[in-house]
Design a binder for this molecule. Structure first.
Ligand code: PA5
Length: 406
């Protein structure tokens, strides 16, 4: 992964990024890097995969960090025709249509909840269990169709798992939901998708250990922070790749839930904006170019795609001949580099992450790069990037509402 910074970004400021990085290496929350090397955890996931690999349909039940990361891995890297379904919302029509497309007895259901009690996940789990029982699966055989992943110490899912004999994979205690994609939350579905998880974990670990102190990484932190001081409080993630489209949605949760906080009564936050090129050049780009100068663009350029198409053709029509000397990938590159030049002209700040191709190695690095960037940015702003107190009130009021329905 190679980084370039637009000229108008200021990373010259002497600040305490290096000491924050050193302190964070001792922090329990750095476990999202340390746990990448947890051989026992890796073995437990591989063992579960071996036991259930006959399933050609895999359905993950989870929300937020228990779904967005796996969705990103599957859309970027899936290599086989295993059918994936993500029950990631409690929309009744969506649940109905997803269930309708499944052969319920031939599907492995992976119920993921770090806390073990998230209402949305439990609601869908109860529907699925009911459907399995209705299809003739006996209660004592539910364990042949369901796997859990949850906190190994404090979780009601853990208790239920032991009551029903359902295999429970561990989500390491200090790895929170939105930082958990490279734990069993994401590695089990990745194995079903034929993804080389050892390569992904080792490249992520390598980045998290060796590149954490690099100038590139520190300059990213400094750029984000000094831009924020100058009122640049929106962060656009725009990979020029359809395969990386879901990376933007994963990033949205990571960035928003970690960095939008109250500090001493003051509201702090960097608003993430999901986007992908070239498609969003015909949607949001006008705003990015000429709208308020309050956005930092994080662009991702993919140097090589697996496939390409020549735009040569036998039509004798000027509109179709216009591009015939080029390939589809060359057109994508032209749009990417053309956009960079236009952003320079408009004075819109950007950081460009260039990767060789979308693969296990590059995705592992990108994931850890963003997780570390989020952590250090939050700590530098003096907030806790690992909690989410602001969502609690809404949860309490939802249950109050339900009580009234009784
Ligand atoms: O990042 C977080 O901790 C949260 O957004 C969770 O991912 C989300 O609330 C789902 O929680 P759980 O995995 O406990 O069901």
């Amino acid at each position: 992964m190679k980084l370039t910074f637009s000229k108008n970004l200021d990373y010259s400021q002497e600040n305490d990024i290096s000491s924050l990085i050193n302190e964070f290496k001792e922090h329990k929350r750095y476990d999202f890097v340390r746990e990448l090397k947890n051989e026992e955890l890796l073995k437990s996931v591989k063992d579960v995969y071996k036991k259930y690999q006959h399933f050609k349909s895999f359905a993950q039940i989870g929300i937020g960090g228990s779904s967005l990361g796996p969705e990103m891995l599957i859309s970027a890297l899936a290599k086989n025709d295993v059918q994936f379904t993500f029950f990631n919302n409690i929309d009744a029509d969506d649940t109905y249509s997803k269930l309708n497309k499944l052969n319920i007895r031939d599907t492995l259901f992976y119920v993921v909840s770090k806390s073990g009690g998230t209402a949305e996940t439990m609601a869908t789990f109860s529907i699925i269990t009911n459907e399995l029982l209705k299809s003739g699966v006996k209660e004592q055989d539910l364990k042949d169709h369901i796997v859990f992943a949850t906190d190994p110490k404090e979780s009601s899912l853990l208790k239920l798992g032991s009551e029903l004999g359902i295999t429970c994979l561990d989500i390491p205690p200090f790895v929170g939901g939105r930082y958990s994609v490279l734990t069993p939350v994401g590695t089990l579905p990745a194995l079903f998708a034929g993804i080389d998880i050892e390569l992904m974990l080792s490249s992520a670990y390598e980045y998290g250990i060796n590149n954490f102190d690099s100038d590139d990484f520190k300059n990213t932190c400094r750029s984000v922070l000094s831009a924020y001081e100058d009122g640049i409080n929106e962060t656009v993630l725009m990979p020029y790749s359809s395969k990386l489209r879901d990376l933007s949605f994963w990033f949205v949760q990571l960035w928003a839930e970690s960095l939008g906080k109250k500090k001493d009564g003051k509201r702090i936050g960097l608003t993430p904006v999901p986007s992908y090129g070239a498609t969003d050049q015909h949607s949001q780009m006008q705003l990015f170019m000429e709208g308020p100068l309050n956005k930092l663009m994080l662009l991702i350029h993919v140097q090589n795609t697996e496939n390409d198409f020549s735009l040569k053709n036998s039509f004798n029509h000027s509109r179709l001949k216009m591009l015939s000397e080029y390939s589809l990938k060359e057109l994508m590159d032209a749009e990417f580099f053309g956009t960079l030049k236009a952003l320079d002209e408009q004075g819109v700040p950007y950081i460009n992450l260039s990767i060789e191709s979308v693969n296990e190695k590059s995705l592992g690095q990108i994931i850890v790069y963003f997780e570390l960037l989020t952590s250090i940015t939050g700590l530098a702003l003096g907030i806790d990037p690992f909690d989410q107190p602001g969502v609690e009130a809404g949860k309490i009021y939802s249950f109050e509402w339900l009580e009234k329905l009784k």
